[in-house]
Design a protein around this ligand. Structure first.
Ligand SMILES: *Cc1c(COP(=O)(O)O)cnc(C)c1O
Length: 460
């Protein structure tokens, strides 16, 4: 044990605000906000030198991911299990395909069970928490890990605007020792999203809440802050700001950038449709660790927080504006705090790490309507923001190689895309199977006591 009470060579995770005790990877991966209100980050970022970089495999996502995460675990209790965790998480393809224009590509992050990119990291987190649960008693196991292992059944409570809830539900579905309760805003997610949230059954239960996504989050926070409730019903958050939901996303940027560099001798640049900045932060962290990733440009929807910050205004969080790209409806992206950390706390340096461009709903519609003719693909509304940024870069004469992160499959958002496309896109097989199952979601009033009562019930 070292001074922080961590096992000898475990990598330490600290708060961006610097006033919380350090954690090891196992503890940090599922943690939401640190007690001081900051976000957990590795105390030091490992850097791959040329020989270490050359040794990172690029053929299989699971292997690339394990190579990237290994130095971030150090001698964490999960380190001996890392290969298996990555194999469980990355059990689907993430192909890069050329688009119609020269130098244009997209990487398809939507081949997981719920057809959006959040599957990968949710599956990693679920596999890791399962592994911690069953880990045999080991000397020096941190206290928080003991808690996960000791409890009879953990309830993963997740508020969602659509994609997160399904990814977390799929990842924990059927996992012994866990059950999931999803809160989603009734009528504010796409019909396919709503169906998928209610289609798991078993240890997963979905509640449609009479309110907004923010209301759902408030309800979840109230339950998580209720010590008496938590003593009866052990709760986990699987929060999107947890490192377990962020770091695995380094894998796809690293794998494709390495392949591109090795085959063409050039850096690949990325356009990332962004809301809370989790996916894009993974690209930036991988680049800071030495991976040959070029520019990272964030494509946002009409929510202006990130573009205004990037244009020089002080950071100002605000309420989210609803848009067609609903999974990016974020008005106060908490990962900006990690962006500042990566830039050593300097705002100008943070702005220089990224590009940002804002895309409104009218443009999303026009990009989707023209995408098959112009790019040869049918994008979801989020990915359409990325394609819009690509089009604008080309119009301005940019000749670099770009890959747009295709963050979800268009079939998840048929209500938006069908009227704009010649033919409705067919859902990928795993998601089609989910849509074919019967779905059930019970109504929930905006009331903490009603939620607590459900949490005390048994299901699954
Ligand atoms: C969650 C989500 C995003 C935004 O990702 P962040 O990590 O929050 O920036 C973009 N597109 C889709 C389809 C999503 O589900």
């Amino acid at each position: 044990m070292n001074a922080a009470g961590l096992p000898g060579d475990a990598v330490r995770y600290v708060s961006t605000r610097g006033a919380s005790p350090a954690l090891c990877f196992s503890e940090a991966l599922g943690s939401g906000l640190a007690p001081d209100g900051g976000l957990y980050v590795p105390e030091r970022l490992p850097r791959f030198d040329a020989p270490a970089l050359a040794a990172i495999p690029d053929a299989r996502l699971a292997d690339t991911l394990a190579a990237l995460l290994r130095p971030l675990l150090g001698e964490d209790v999960l380190a001996p299990r890392l290969d298996g965790l990555c194999a469980q998480a990355a059990a689907f393809d993430v192909p890069m395909k050329p688009l119609a224009g020269p130098g244009d590509h997209w990487i398809e992050l939507f081949h997981g069970p719920t057809a959006a990119f959040k599957d990968l990291a949710a599956r990693f987190l679920a596999a890791a928490l399962s592994a911690l649960r069953t880990a045999r008693s080991e000397p020096g196991l941190p206290v928080a890990v003991e808690e996960v292992r000791g409890a009879a059944v953990q309830t993963v409570l997740v508020a969602t605007s659509g994609d997160t809830g399904a990814a977390v539900a799929a990842a924990f579905h059927g996992r012994e020792g866990f059950r999931v309760l999803i809160l989603y805003p009734d009528g504010k997610v796409s019909p396919a999203q709503a169906h998928s949230l209610g289609a798991f059954g078993g240890n997963v239960r979905a509640l449609r809440v009479a309110g907004s996504f923010d209301d759902c989050q408030r309800l979840a926070k109230q339950a998580l802050g209720d010590a008496a409730l938590r003593a009866q019903v052990p709760l986990l958050t699987a929060n999107s700001i947890s490192l377990g939901r962020l770091l695995p996303q380094m894998g796809w940027y690293a794998m494709h950038a390495l392949r591109f560099q090795r085959e063409r001798g050039r850096r690949l640049n990325f356009i990332v449709p962004s809301g809370n900045l989790g996916n894009a932060m993974a690209a930036l962290i991988a680049r800071a660790m030495g991976l040959p990733i070029g520019a990272v440009v964030l494509a946002t929807n009409a929510n202006p927080t990130l573009s205004e910050f990037h244009d020089g205004a002080p950071y100002r969080g605000r309420d989210a504006i609803p848009t067609l790209a609903n999974a990016m409806d974020v008005g106060a992206p908490s990962n900006v705090e990690r962006l500042l950390w990566l830039a050593g706390g300097d705002e100008a340096a943070a702005r220089a790490l990224i590009g940002v461009q804002r895309i409104d709903d009218a443009r999303i519609r026009s990009v989707i309507a023209a995408a098959e003719a112009r790019h040869g693909v049918a994008p979801c509304p989020h990915t359409a923001c990325g394609l819009a940024v690509l089009e604008d870069l080309r119009a301005a004469g940019d000749t670099r190689d770009w890959a747009v992160a295709a963050t979800a499959h268009a079939a998840k958002f048929l209500d938006v895309v069908s009227p704009l496309l010649a033919a409705s896109p067919a859902p990928p097989p795993a998601f089609a199977a989910l849509l074919a199952r019967p779905a059930r979601a019970d109504p929930l009033a905006l009331d903490a006591a009603a939620l607590a009562a459900v949490l005390r019930e048994g299901w699954g």
